[in-house]
Ligand binder design. Structure first.
Ligand SMILES: *Cc1c(COP(=O)(O)O)cnc(C)c1O
Length: 483
């Protein structure tokens, strides 16, 4: 490009005025408050800072750079349009007090975004209403189980237990314990579902709730789910749906129609907010008729005359469970995701997620142990048990092998009920080339285990940090960065 533009504008002939450097007046402060020596601030050029952060960002392993089939975590691609909308000035720079100080005329758009999201979630799940404020899946679980507690307390029910299947996510029994229930664990049957007979035996008048993940953490849909709901309700126990695996069933079945009383969703999983490494999340909780009056504080209502406003809080509400509106921008991103895909797009996403997982299962089931061979939902579980017995190569070794090929490891050793488990969730956003490459590397790993199991000892070879001594890492953890 020629330099004329700069020269012309500099001379003012194009009417562009370059302002003088602005220097703020020093505030008139009491002398005792002023420093006498110059502050020791790091002196770095913009360029050094950009290089520093770019280098750090390159150390990050993310869905934008690599395949990330981490079972149970739904590491799908997050379209950038959500980020763009979430970053709009009027949304990103909204002060929390704007949204809660009842000057609702200033924030009609933000309140509308919340109401529309609530309506979508209600429609997708078949529940009656949602609270959007919980800030993670586990936080949603706690909110839901607190509402269940409030329900039983109001009815004067004497309840002590929460039932979970042995395939449940660790947060389920942890939540029940935090809300002061004792946990009854029911074993799974050979098909990977909670064993119906054992469930019936465990059920009693003191059971407050049954917490189920559907499809469960083995990637399987429980065919007896309706019957389980009916049995629980006959004891006035409520049904909790852990909806972290909603990606398998969006637009296909609705937990509310099956008879569940309460559900949490992980917007940061199914509805595409970047997560992993502990970023902000959102775990909205939907309720059926029985729990409506216990919803936490902060709901949005709408009438023609008043526009959008904060709904009346029921006298039986469990109160506030988050400051302000939780992680508002995660809610915005989920809304944009839903509006971008639309009804058909969301159904399509679930179907493809299930298709991709089944494709992987069918390609790998003869190479690994496959405890549930026939079909799966959005994720499949394999096992390295035979490899371990015959060649001393464990699930963890297979996981490390993949790292050298730019593949994130699948989840290993969870669910706990499958020995040497390898849990793979490809999501709908991966194409067949990526999935074929992954499957080939998994098969190569098995071949290597058979021919040279010693080769796994020091993997990965190509990453800046090689294989840590896990015993040492657990016993004398040092989290300080060492250059
Ligand atoms: C991820 C997950 C959770 C917990 O969600 P967080 O947002 O991590 O708290 C609960 N249950 C299941 C089945 C999950 O996969």
């Amino acid at each position: 490009m020629s330099s004329t533009l700069f020269e012309k504008s500099h001379s003012g002939r194009r009417g562009i005025n370059i302002p003088k450097q602005v220097v703020a007046d020093a505030p008139s402060l009491d002398g005792s408050l002023l420093r006498s020596a110059k502050a020791e601030l790091p002196e770095l050029s913009e360029f050094d800072v950009v290089r520093h952060f770019t280098r750090l960002s390159n150390k990050n392993f993310s869905i934008d750079s690599n395949f990330y089939p981490l079972g149970s975590c739904t590491m799908k691609y997050n379209p950038k349009v959500q980020e763009r909308v979430g970053g709009l000035d009027g949304l990103a720079n909204l002060h929390p007090h704007h949204i809660t100080n009842n000057k609702t005329s200033l924030v009609q758009g933000a309140l509308k975004s919340l109401k529309v999201l609530e309506n979508y979630l209600t429609e997708i799940t078949g529940m009656k209403a949602f609270t959007l404020t919980p800030q993670a899946g586990a936080h949603g679980e706690m909110t839901g189980v607190m509402m269940i507690g409030a329900y039983h307390k109001k009815k004067g029910n004497n309840k002590r237990y929460v039932i979970v299947p042995d395939s449940s996510h660790g947060t389920n029994p942890a939540t029940a314990a935090m809300v002061d229930y004792d946990v009854i664990t029911v074993k799974s049957n050979k098909d990977g579902s909670m064993d119906l007979e054992s469930f019936k035996e465990a059920m009693n008048d003191e059971v407050a709730a049954v917490m189920m993940t559907v499809p469960n953490t083995l990637g399987l849909f429980n065919p007896a789910i309706k019957e389980i709901c009916d049995i629980a309700h006959s004891y006035d126990a409520l049904m909790y749906y852990d909806g972290a695996n909603m990606n398998a069933i969006m637009g296909v079945i609705r937990p509310g129609d099956i008879g569940f009383d309460v559900i949490h969703l992980n917007l940061h999983k199914t509805f595409a907010t970047p997560h992993g490494g502990g970023g902000p999340g959102a775990g909205p909780v939907g309720v059926g008729e029985r729990l409506m009056e216990f919803l936490p504080d902060l709901t949005v209502d709408f009438t023609e005359e008043k526009g959008y406003f904060f709904g009346e809080v029921s006298k039986n509400s469990i109160g506030k469970i988050s400051p302000f509106f939780g992680n508002y921008l995660v809610l915005v991103r989920a809304l944009v995701y839903m509006q971008t895909l639309g009804r058909e797009g969301m159904i399509n996403a679930s179907r493809k997620a299930v298709l991709n997982a089944n494709y992987i299962l069918s390609k790998l089931k003869d190479h690994f142990d496959a405890p549930f061979k026939n079909y799966c939902m959005h994720e499949c579980v394999l096992s390295a048990e035979s490899l371990t017995k015959e060649h001393g190569v464990r699930a963890m070794d297979i996981a490390k092998y993949l790292l050298d090929f730019g593949l994130h490891a699948p989840t290993v050793y969870f669910p706990l009920i499958v020995k040497e488990s390898i849990m793979i969730e490809p999501t709908e956003t991966e194409n067949i080339d990526t999935i074929d490459f992954f499957c080939q590397k998994m098969i190569d790993a098995v071949e290597l285990a058979k021919s040279n199991s010693e080769a796994f000892k020091n993997l990965p070879l190509t990453l800046p940090i090689s294989r840590p001594d896990e015993t040492k890492a657990a016993r004398s953890l040092n989290i300080r960065w060492q250059a």
